[in-house]
Design a protein around this ligand. Structure first.
Ligand code: GDD
Length: 390
């Protein structure tokens, strides 16, 4: 099947949508796919990444948004590639391209939704969702939370659950994080709390630093690693420095894609106490990092924001806390740091759950089936005779 992907979020840039799109591209018709993605920095990492993929990538100048220039590029690329289906990496705002693609090219358009679209729907901006889904053959959703909020507004022909997953062959309990721990200056015998995430306010790294003195009072050897990059890097580094050089906090920056499993395995407990912000528009759709941490056998502490509680089995594979409740966060960290056997049990349960419910291989198969179905349905619609009286 010849597929055209249009996405503003594409590896090697880090992030959940990038991770989601990259994993589907790797697994669903990779050698007959053309991708239109953002130019980004145009650096060596991006060039090397694009050259190594089985699919061809066209980097559009600037961002990939539903502008007239991008619309022209998409229509031309779809014709040149003889695409049978177009996939939009995020339904809002790219879904606004769909009616024109459908009308001019007579091919179906499928769009993937994440957390933002459900956030818009839940704060009275459902008309944006309606506009961005009216030309879609299918819209995919990532969690119960997101789907519940989207359904009243969706105009797509159908809605199908395609959550993000984990590559369970890469994220494994036997991945060794020792070298990274040492590179970060964490002693081999120190319990390590890890957070792997973009450094943005919603993710709650600030709360981890705020409660750290109390956690340290209970666990004097404990260390905290805030992995990732983002706009809060300087603020978080300042807050960490204010705790003192012997507080056991490190901010190692961004890790390479290849090092992500080891970055999770380096920690004993994963914690990202996310919280909903900006009146509900800045919200966690699900949280791939919780799945990654569980896949390497670590308990995960999640925040009660959007679909994040669906990514952890509260009390079994981790803990769900109110990201604004520092006391609850301390209690959760204390619980897992104090109990190595409990960590091992939760880790094993988390690994089993991820293998069974969140493995990319099975999720990508569902997505491939969806593309087959919408292409077949669309072809059937084109050749079916006009209805009597129609
Ligand atoms: N290589 C690299 N380096 N990857 C990183 C780094 C880093 O330093 N920091 C974070 N990541 C990766 C994580 O490992 C994970 O795979 C991804 O970036 C982050 O994904 P999410 O935890 O899902 O967060 P998000 O806010 O970027 O993603 C949004 O879309 C997701 C997919 O639909 C949110 O709405 C999520 O809730 C949603 O799951």
């Amino acid at each position: 099947m010849r597929v055209l992907w249009v996405t503003n979020d594409l590896p090697p840039r880090a992030g959940g949508i990038e991770q989601f799109v990259g994993n589907l591209l790797d697994r669903v018709h990779p050698s007959s796919t053309l991708v239109i993605g953002p130019a980004g920095a145009g650096d060596d990492e991006q060039r090397a990444h694009d050259a190594a993929q089985p699919y061809r990538t066209v980097r559009a100048p600037g961002a990939v948004q539903p502008t007239p220039a991008i619309r022209r590029l998409v229509l031309d690329a779809a014709r040149e590639h003889r695409a049978q289906v177009v996939v939009l990496g995020a339904s809002w705002p790219l879904g606004e391209l769909a009616p024109r693609i459908e009308r001019e090219l007579r091919i179906p358009v499928v769009a993937i939704s994440h957390g933002l679209e459900a956030g818009l729907a839940s704060v009275g901006l459902g008309h944006l969702v309606r506009r961005a889904t009216r030309g879609l053959a299918a819209l995919t959703t990532i969690s119960d939370w997101a789907e519940d909020r989207l359904l009243p507004h969706v105009r797509a022909d159908r809605v199908v659950r395609i959550p993000p997953g984990v590559d369970v062959d890469r994220f494994r309990p036997d991945v060794d994080g020792t070298a990274l721990r040492r590179a970060w200056g964490v002693p081999d015998d120190a319990p390590l709390v890890g957070c792997v995430s973009r450094l943005v306010p919603r993710k709650g790294q600030d709360r981890l630093l705020a409660v750290w003195p109390e956690v340290r009072a209970r666990h004097p050897m404990a260390h905290l690693a805030l992995v990732g990059e983002g706009p809060l890097a300087d603020d978080l580094a300042g807050a960490a420095a204010a705790l003192g050089s012997d507080a056991g906090v490190v901010l190692p920056g961004r890790v390479a894609w290849d090092d992500l499993p080891a970055a999770h395995a380096a920690a004993d407990v994963f914690a990202m106490p996310c919280r909903t912000r900006l009146l509900g528009t800045d919200v966690e759709g699900l949280g791939i990092v919780y799945l990654e941490a569980q896949a390497v056998g670590r308990p995960a502490i999640a925040g009660r924001s959007g679909g994040a509680p669906e990514a952890v089995q509260d009390g079994v594979t981790g803990t769900v806390v109110d990201g604004r409740d520092d006391g609850a966060l301390v209690a959760a960290l204390d619980r897992w740091l104090a109990d190595p056997d409990g960590r091992a049990r939760a880790g094993a349960a988390g690994r089993a759950w991820v293998e069974q419910a969140w493995a990319w291989a099975a999720i990508a198969d569902r997505f491939a089936t969806l593309l087959d179905e919408v292409v077949a349905e669309h072809a059937g619609r084109r050749v079916s005779p006009p209805r009597p009286g129609g």
